[in-house]
Design a protein around this ligand. Structure first.
Ligand code: SF4
Length: 410
C-alpha cells in the first residue's frame, strides 16, 4: 500500500469578491436567514465561539470564515484518536480538511465511529492506497473537452463551477480537484471556455452545475453563471448538485431562493449521507428551496459503517421525503484513492435496496447505481425480480419473496 498525505492548513477562501460581483456586506436588507435557535447549536456556539452572535452564526459567510481547518481547532471540539491526529498532521494531500462550525456542532465529541465525524474527519486509512483505486476512477478527465466541463452523456454536461466546498467529505469522488485555488479571475476564464463549448454543442440540453459546491459561490457570481446558461437557447434544464443544505443550511437565504427561481426550470440534487444530518436547520433550508418551486432530489453514497444498513438507510430516505426531497441515486462508493475503509460490497447495496423496495413508500426508494470505473456512466443495479418464463407467463418475485405469474401479451 502506498501512502498519501493531507494538508491541515487550507489557504483558500470562499470566492467572496471578483470583478463579476461583490459579496454584499451584512446589512439589514441582506441579514442572515432566521433559523430555529436550537439548544444544540446554542450550547456549541457558547462553548466554542463565545464572542459570536446568533446573527453571525446564522450568516453563511461567518460559517465559512470560521471553518475548523487545523488540528488545534479540532482538538478543542472533539477528542482525537491517534489515527485521526496522524492523518491530520500529514501534509500535501489532495483533499484538504475543513468543517463548518454548524456541521461540527453535529459531531460526537468522544465517539470516533460517529457517522458525521467519520464523513469529515480523516483517519490514517485514508492515506493507504488499495488495489483498484484511482484518483479519477470515473475517467472524468478523459471526457473533459475544456477545463471544468465533463461531456460524457449525449445530451447533458457536467459543469465544474468551483473547487471550493464548505466541508470536505473524506470519500469525495473529486478529491483530486476540490479545495484547490480560488482565483476568481481564473474561475471566470475557465467558465468562459465552458460557455463557448456548450454554445457550440447544440445537443447539450441539460447542464449539471457541480464542483466543489456551486452554492458556496456568492449570489452574484452564481447568478452570472445561471444567466449565461439561460442565454443559450438549447439549454432546457439547469441542475445544481450541492451538499449545502446538509452542511451549511444558513446559505439558503431568501435572497438566494428569490434569485434561483428566476432561472427555472432549475432542479437541485442534495448530497445526503445520514439521518443525523436531518436537523431542523436542514429541513428549513429544503423548505425554502421547495417553496421557491425547485424540484429537489438527493444523492447518497453507500458508506461502510455509516449508512450501510436497512434501518439507517430507510430513516434517511423517509426523512428526505418528509423534507420534500425525492431520493434519486444511491451510489456504490467510487474506488477513489484511500477509500477502502468506506466501501461496502455490492451484495450489501443490493440487500439495502431490497430492504427499501416494497417496504416503504416508492418515492423513498432511490435508484441504486454504480458509476462505472473508466467512464461507463451510471449503471443501475436491481435485485433479480423477473425470474424467467413458464410458457407464456412471466415469473416475478415480489418484495416478500413470493412468486407471481403475469400472463404476457402474445
Ligand atoms: S460536498 Fe461534494 S464535492 Fe465537496 S467534498 Fe463533499 S462530496 Fe466532494
Amino acid at each position: 500500500m502506498a501512502l498519501k498525505t493531507i494538508p491541515i492548513e487550507e489557504p483558500e477562501e470562499p470566492p467572496s469578491s471578483c470583478h463579476l460581483t461583490i459579496c454584499p456586506p451584512l446589512t439589514s436588507a441582506a441579514s442572515p436567514a432566521r433559523f430555529p435557535a436550537l439548544s444544540r447549536a446554542k450550547s456549541f456556539r457558547n462553548r466554542h465561539f463565545p464572542s459570536s452572535t446568533i446573527d453571525e452564526w446564522n450568516d453563511w459567510r461567518w460559517q465559512l470564515r470560521n471553518r475548523i481547518t487545523t488540528v488545534d481547532q479540532l482538538e478543542k471540539i472533539i477528542t482525537l484518536t491517534d489515527s485521526e491526529r496522524q492523518a491530520l498532521q500529514r501534509h500535501d494531500s489532495t483533499l484538504p480538511f475543513a468543517i463548518t462550525p454548524y456541521y461540527a456542532s453535529l459531531v460526537a465529541k468522544d465517539d470516533c465511529q460517529d457517522p458525521i465525524r467519520r464523513a469529515v474527519v480523516p483517519v490514517i486509512n485514508e492515506l493507504m492506497v488499495s488495489p483498484g483505486e484511482a484518483h479519477d476512477p470515473l475517467g472524468e478527465d478523459s471526457h473533459t473537452p475544456v477545463p471544468g466541463l465533463v461531456h460524457r452523456y449525449p445530451d447533458r454536461a457536467l459543469f465544474l463551477t468551483t473547487d471550493y466546498c464548505s466541508n470536505y467529505c473524506r470519500y469525495c469522488t473529486r478529491s483530486r480537484m476540490v479545495g484547490r485555488s480560488q482565483d476568481t479571475t481564473a474561475i471566470k476564464a475557465r467558465w468562459e471556455k465552458a460557455f463557448v463549448y456548450i454554445e457550440q454543442h447544440r445537443e447539450i440540453r441539460d447542464v449539471l452545475l457541480s464542483g466543489g459546491d456551486p452554492l458556496t459561490l456568492p449570489d452574484e457570481m452564481l447568478e452570472y453563471l445561471l444567466n449565461r446558461l439561460r442565454g443559450i437557447d438549447h439549454i432546457e434544464l439547469i441542475r445544481i448538485g450541492t451538499k449545502v443544505p446538509a452542511v451549511l443550511p444558513q446559505r439558503i437565504t431568501g435572497r438566494l431562493t428569490r434569485m434561483l427561481k428566476r432561472y427555472h426550470p432549475l432542479w437541485i440534487s442534495i448530497h445526503a449521507m445520514h439521518p443525523a444530518e436531518q436537523t431542523k436547520e436542514m429541513k428549513k433550508a429544503c423548505e425554502r428551496l421547495a417553496d421557491a418551486g425547485i424540484p429537489l432530489g438527493s444523492q447518497t453514497v453507500l458508506l461502510a459503517g455509516i449508512n450501510d444498513n436497512v434501518p439507517t438507510m430507510k430513516k434517511l430516505m423517509q426523512g428526505l421525503v418528509r423534507m420534500r426531497v425525492k431520493p434519486y441515486y444511491l451510489y456504490q462508493c467510487d474506488p477513489i484513492t484511500g477509500s477502502a475503509h468506506f466501501r461496502t460490497t455490492v451484495a450489501k447495496g443490493l440487500e439495502i435496496y431490497e430492504g427499501l423496495r416494497g417496504h416503504t413508500t416508492g418515492y423513498a426508494v432511490p435508484t441504486y447505481v454504480i458509476d462505472a470505473p473508466g467512464g461507463g456512466g451510471k449503471i443501475p443495479l436491481l435485485p433479480e425480480t423477473c425470474l424467467g418464463r413458464d410458457g407464456n407467463d412471466v415469473l416475478l418475485r415480489n418484495y416478500e419473496g413470493n412468486i407471481y405469474r403475469y400472463p404476457d401479451a402474445s
